[in-house]
Design a protein around this ligand. Structure first.
Ligand code: SF4
Length: 365
């Protein structure tokens, strides 16, 4: 069984590598629909973390109506291209009391992977229970500080002990419910908390994470928030820069406006509005296509947010964590189930990858 899984994963990686080439091809036709749809359920956040541009956000704060979300998720559910729906944007998703209901709807309609990123400060016992039962597939905890002093200096307005307790209780509940999901991406930022706290991070959280469920540790660097911060000088020259966002992802704000990516925290680049048009209409619109054309023609510096963005430099991508430090299998969920679940997902992924790959090849030749 394990050998079969490894072979399936190798095959999938191979397909993904070839299919990723589609957006590096200057003349490639875009996807008919985004692969990853990011729906900002809210841009409210109780924290003012030092690395975040929340202080500079001047757009109106709000929460997406359930009815609008329902329409969007209905459209996503009918599309084979959609791999993931992220229920967050620039804000703390747990502020939205309807979050679990939105996740449950997405799962009921067949969205393959639902995901949120959270600081876990509002992850109460009830919120944990509801999200796990709703079928949330993945959750990322951003947790930057292993002492109260460091943590509260980074995550201003949050409380260290409360967040720790919330996360511990979330893991315990997931075990108690023997829920295979959500898998956890547990992220630390040594640049903020200091590299000396990194071993404490692994030591504290490793016993809670579970390789069977696909949990992983991540570390991350600091990034410029497309000009909202100024952490890194750009290193990659224009002719080598490439951004996957306009070709594969769509970011929808809570009020329905569509922007190129989550880093455009003030919504400066308007690409459409889902309160007037469908996701597909916006994705295939001349306005979206002209934004892609800027990238194909290597003119990203002409867009103010992109000119200052270090995402194409790879800054935002998680850094690899030594495999020996990654979580081990904890055998909390029955092994047979865990394996058959992974096998089922591996087959589903390959089926989707092959379908998309064939589609691109047909269109490019
Ligand atoms: S370069 Fe940065 S700001 Fe521009 S679309 Fe890509 S991720 Fe967004």
């Amino acid at each position: 069984m394990n050998l079969l899984l490894k072979l399936l994963n190798l095959l999938r990686k191979r397909i993904l590598v070839t299919s990723r080439r589609h957006y590096q091809w200057p003349l490639a036709a875009p996807l008919d629909f985004p692969r990853v749809v990011h729906i900002e359920n809210t841009n409210a956040c109780p924290a003012r973390c030092v690395m975040c541009s929340m202080d500079s956000m001047s757009r109106k704060v709000g929460i997406m109506d359930f009815a609008l979300f329902e329409r969007l998720i209905g459209e996503c559910a009918g599309r084979a291209e959609v791999r993931e729906v992220h229920l967050h944007g620039f804000g703390e998703p747990l502020v939205d009391k309807d979050l679990a209901r939105k996740v449950a709807l997405a799962k009921r309609l067949g969205i393959p992977f639902t995901y949120i990123v959270t600081n876990a400060f509002l992850l109460t016992e009830q919120a944990s229970y509801e999200l796990i039962r709703a079928g949330l597939d993945g959750i990322k905890f951003s947790f930057y500080g292993m002492t109260r002093e460091t943590y509260e200096k980074v995550h201003r307005h949050l409380h260290f002990e409360k967040t720790v307790q919330n996360i511990e209780r979330f893991f315990q509940m997931r075990d108690r419910l023997k829920a295979p999901n959500p898998l956890v991406r547990f992220q630390f930022c040594p640049d903020l908390a200091g590299p000396e706290e990194l071993p404490l991070f692994f030591q504290k959280w490793r016993p809670y994470l579970d390789a069977d469920r696909g949990d992983l540790f991540y570390t991350t660097g600091l990034h410029n928030w497309a000009g909202g911060k100024d952490y890194a000088a750009l290193k990659v020259p224009e002719h080598l820069r490439h951004c996957a966002w306009p070709f594969m992802h769509m970011q929808i704000l809570w009020d329905g406006r569509v922007i190129p990516c989550v880093f455009d925290y003030n919504g400066t680049v308007a690409l459409g509005d889902v309160t007037h048009d469908t996701i597909e209409e916006i994705w295939r619109s001349p306005r979206y296509e002209s934004f892609r054309e800027i990238w194909r023609q290597k003119r990203s510096a002409s867009v103010p947010i992109c000119a200052k963005c270090d995402d194409p430099d790879g800054i935002f991508h998680p850094r690899p964590v030594d495999a020996a430090l990654q979580p081990t299998a904890r055998r909390v969920i029955p092994q047979a189930n865990a394996r058959s679940r992974r096998l089922r997902f591996a087959f589903q992924d390959i089926r989707r990858d092959v379908k998309l790959e064939l589609k691109y090849r047909n269109r490019l030749t």
